[in-house]
Design a binder for this molecule. Structure first.
Ligand code: ADP
Length: 218
């Protein structure tokens, strides 16, 4: 169990805090508005009404002892930056910050925070990707145009040989197949696909794109 602090309990900070609690971590939440703190008080470990631009306040809340701090302040860019500077002064090692504008992003990268998050843009890209590749259930970018994707086998690939299908799209690799809740990691040469199988594949976007067409709805 780790201890995290979330500064700014709006929709982004609030859902980050809830999920960390669900994952059985300790969460301290701070917001300068009472209504946000009251909403989260019974959900997280400790919630405080406080101004995160005040270094003394952060110190009194023992923020420096947290494993990571998420700065989820929305519109007030000045407050976000000031808070990050205080966290740095207090020696917090892991600082993740929600960024609002390009200028905000640039300043945060100079401050060398652990991670800069653009939730709206990132979600927008995900939604566009999902519309563009409706056959892809989930994906993870490995950088350099390489991805891990999961796709569901539809009726047109039922009883198709898995290894032969993938071999035609080399160097795409089949990492595993999930069939009726069970994971098949060693896919032998004779394995036939079944409708509703989930295939987890790794490869370059170009080959994955070609292969993905095979998974399109009829
Ligand atoms: P979103 O809901 O999109 O995540 P918001 O801008 O609504 O973003 O949420 C940011 C939260 O950060 C708000 O609840 C706001 O009260 C809080 N906040 C802004 N400035 C400070 C500050 N200096 N100290 C503590 N909380 C702050």
């Amino acid at each position: 169990m780790a201890q995290f602090a979330i500064i700014g309990l709006g929709s982004f900070g609030g859902s980050t805090a809830r999920e960390l609690m669900r994952l059985k971590h300790e969460v301290i939440g701070i917001d300068r508005e009472a209504k946000h703190v009251n909403r989260m008080a019974s959900v997280i470990t400790f919630a405080a009404i406080a101004d995160a631009t005040d270094e003394q306040v952060l110190k009194e809340l023992n923020i420096q002892n947290c494993d990571a701090v998420v700065v989820a302040i929305g519109e007030d860019i000045e407050a976000s930056i000031l808070c990050v500077v205080h966290l740095k002064n207090l020696g917090v090692k892991q600082i993740l910050v929600k960024a609002k504008t390009d200028a905000h992003h640039m300043i945060l990268s100079h401050l060398q925070v652990t991670r800069i998050i653009h939730p709206e843009e990132q979600m927008g890209i995900r939604v566009a990707q999902a519309l563009n590749y409706p056959m892809v259930d989930q994906y993870m970018s490995l950088g350099d145009q390489h991805f891990i994707v999961s796709v569901e086998v539809k009726s047109q690939l039922h009883q198709v040989n898995a290894a032969q299908l993938i071999a035609a799209y080399a160097p795409v690799r089949l990492l595993m197949i999930k069939r009726q809740g069970k994971i098949i990691k060693d896919v032998d040469a004779g394995l036939m696909l079944m409708q509703n199988d989930i295939m987890v594949l790794e490869g370059h976007i170009n080959e994955l794109n070609r292969l993905a067409r095979k998974f399109e709805n009829d």
